[in-house]
Design a protein around this ligand. Structure first.
Ligand SMILES: [Zn+2]
Length: 143
């Protein structure tokens, strides 16, 4: 059952709103677009997610990394082409409450973050597994 009028895309991690064309299948809709549906996360994307968490934790508590560090670690020669994949992986991890995106030292909404951003653990690790994410509306999506 899903009465939410907004969901988070399983590929790009951006939120998207209900549309009339999805009226009969809204519960099953997981992607914001046909493009995202066709490029759903693969094993490489799972590796990117793992690498993000690894590098963030290696940096230390309360510290952040630049997404380019992950892209460079993954593909030193063509890291620029991998930046969007890294950002998408970061947004998916934000949805799961594992990471937060920072600008100027503050948590920002990944949908609206523009320009240089930093990635770190959320400022307050939830004590309860289903606690609200920083965006406060994906509590039911953590499993
Ligand atoms: Zn998408």
């Amino acid at each position: 059952m899903s009465t939410d009028r907004e969901k988070t895309c399983a590929t790009c991690g951006r939120s998207f709103a209900w549309r009339a064309k999805w009226a009969r299948e809204w519960d099953a809709v997981r992607h914001c677009s046909e493009r995202c549906r066709r490029s759903r996360p693969s094993e490489v994307d799972a590796r990117i997610e793992a690498l993000l968490l690894e590098l963030v934790d290696a940096r230390g508590a309360g510290k952040t990394i630049c997404p380019s560090e992950v892209a460079r670690a993954l593909r030193p020669d063509e890291w620029r082409e991998w930046m969007e994949r890294v950002r998408q992986a970061a947004r998916r991890l934000v949805t799961r409450g594992e990471l937060a995106i920072y600008q100027g030292g503050h948590v920002v909404d990944p949908d609206h973050a523009r320009g240089a951003l930093r990635i770190g653990r959320p400022p307050h690790r939830p004590l309860v597994e289903h606690a609200l994410t920083p965006k406060g509306r994906h509590a039911s999506r953590s499993e």
